[in-house]
Ligand binder design. Sequence first.
Ligand SMILES: *Cc1c(COP(=O)(O)O)cnc(C)c1O
Length: 358
Amino acid sequence: MSRLAVAHVDIASLAFNHARLRAMAAPARLMAVIKADGYGHGLERVARALHGADAFGVAAIADGQRLRAAGHRERIVVLSGPDGPDDLSELRRLDLEAVIHHDSQLRWLEAESVGAPLRIWLKVDSGMHRLGFAPGRVTEVHARLSRLPHVHREIVLMTHFAASDEFGKSTTTMQIDAFEAATRGLAGPRSLSNSAGLLGWPRARGDWARAGGLLYGLSVVEGKTGADHGMRPALRLCTRLIAINRVGRGESVGYAGAWTCPEDMPVGIAAIGYGDGYPRSAPSGTPVLLGGREVPLIGRVSMDLTALDLRQAPDAQVGDEVVLWGPELPAERVAAAAGTISYQLTCGLTRRVLFMEA
Ligand SMILES: *Cc1c(COP(=O)(O)O)cnc(C)c1O
């Protein structure tokens, strides 16, 4: 069977966004965050496009294994660090760096007696209350790590923001203050900002920025698209129309009859659904592009198929290309309609989608 749902990943856009983010971050260095399979764009593909990155950020050691296996020699930071004591030797073997955020990890390190110096990113909980040591513990933890001969002498001090995409809110200012107070006088580079931090919080530039979303041309800032920040969306999700039917006034379309035709009208069926990762929560009215024109999705998104209102596209033909999101239709608009964020759309694409590089 041919595969109609295709994700085109534009390598040049990834490289463009990377260069732009590096310039924005300078003189700080930039960690290119490529966790979750490069936000769904493909881990190895993204790493190749970002060759020479100052560092890559991944969520799991398994991602580091894949990157090393593909021959990447860049610095790689495992953002949640070791999951057990045995992970320490694997981190060293692959020359991966570890975020240390919890006492259990500290104890595993202290229980070691040998090993090449492991590079550590010490995570401070400045207020998000997800991962990290409480501010009052940071001096002690830093001292304990600094004492270990098998820990690299340069320890990066890092924190993560809970609401840096809300530029008017004081949450981030308070987090920056808490981080600065907790780390005052401690040696080591600082790393605070994610994509939104880089955009909205120059005070939090530090020595290392960590960008994910913007690398892919995606935004989490309410009402803004990646392009609004000067980035190029790197992924275009396409499929084709496989049927056009005339449906009578008063007839309902799709599961649960969730949409009823207000008049006799053409209904297109596109070969895409939640089985491909298109969100089932996308309601009637969600925009879809057909021949460069927006048409509304109608009824329930099903596993393999999605219905479109073709009243504004009278020339549509079976076989026409349908764009679900991409540079011409920001993923942020689809995400907003579906009650989610653009990151989840790209991360959620399934193995059924054929990935192609453009
Ligand atoms: C995912 C992640 C980032 C990147 O966040 P974006 O909003 O995608 O830029 C940065 N730092 C940490 C610790 C992360 O987990």
